[in-house]
Design a protein around this ligand. Sequence first.
Ligand code: SF4
Ligand code: SF4
Length: 198
Amino acid sequence: MRDSMVEHEGDREARRCGPCSLCCTVLRVDELGKLAGTPCSKLRAEGGCGIHPSRPGICRAYRCAWLEGRFRDADRPDRLGALVDFAPRGADLELVIVEAHPGAFEASPRLREIAEAHRESLVVRVSDTLDVEDPDRPYRLLMAGGIEQRVCGERVSILREGMPASEMRLPWLERQVRRLAVAWRRRRLSRARQRGGG
Ligand code: SF4
Ligand code: SF4
């Protein structure tokens, strides 16, 4: 995470964060009371981390899929306009695309190409960094067979290629789980701030 000194051997090994610092906005850093989706207060105006030698553990550990050698060399997240990574989805994985700016996914043929290449085997979740603590914020799930779910609050629009869109409500349990997760996260962050971490 935002360490321009990261260097490795070979394809994966040659990659480095360089001027990218997208994960410093996308990720949550509890030690700093930093919400996911908000730029870190430790980011320097000229780029780079202002507390690099003592940055929290998650910052040391985190390596996005691109830095781990996935996708093309040219697909560094700041160039792509989105952080692309894999995340747990039940017992499986999903591909998560978090746009740096709303609309980045639709504007980028390469991001859409990556999504198309994965959606037959993994659910692809597309979201942005706006209001990431809001359980009602919209996101899209791209699935196999050309199916897409657009989730906004309790409403889910289901789109299928060549078929009329249909609507359903998000299952009650799933919605409650989202609300509880956000409430728990806010509580932890509030405690971290009270401890003076932010
Ligand atoms: S998003 Fe990836 S490439 Fe960019 S700073 Fe974070 S780990 Fe490095
Ligand atoms: S502490 Fe440094 S590495 Fe961690 S999120 Fe903030 S700017 Fe990025």
